[in-house]
Design a protein around this ligand. Sequence first.
Ligand SMILES: [Fe+2]
Ligand SMILES: [Fe+2]
Length: 214
Amino acid sequence: MVDLDILLAGSYNISRGNLRKQVDEETILHKLSELLDADKLTHSLGVRDECVALAVRYGADVEKARLAGLVHDCARGLDNDQLLRLATRYKIDVSNWEDFDLSLMHGPVGACLARELFGISDEEILHAVAVHTVGCKDMGLLDLVLFVADYIEPNRTFEGVEDIRTAAEQSLESAAVTGYAATLRHLLETNRLIHPSTIHSRNSLLAKLLKSEA
Ligand SMILES: [Fe+2]
Ligand SMILES: [Fe+2]
């Protein structure tokens, strides 16, 4: 993990003028294989392909969706200490996260890491990656494609996943709300804190759905 080690040591030049040119998919895959274990890499490939399928179905940019899906969990293999160190480096407000499961920070940290390691500069892709763990109010099309693909990629087998797959045939909003229901059930059953963005995002999606049904 040479790149990551350098990043964690804080000696990588982050100034905009030195940002890398976007690297090709083969190079991204090679770097991801250094950052993620085999299961997480398989999941990332599944999300990449599911993002493509959803993008085609719902009219999102297929190439952006493919790239967002591939890199979305690039920070998923980091431990809490590494996430906090990178969050400081990237000036991410840790107070939004520290009361909750810190691993949720792999969204915003991952977006910054994708920019720095893979040279991805497309703001839509980076936003989708940043919000994929908890969502946000008024998620855009690419945000929703990634958010839903993360739930339903073919390797996912958790209880309730088929309901989300079925809902994804109706709309992305419906699938995301069904996904949130599964997540919220799990958080309640295991007595865990619920991140406020999860509530705001779920409410804004449900309000939109109810409005469209009225
Ligand atoms: Fe993730
Ligand atoms: Fe994921």
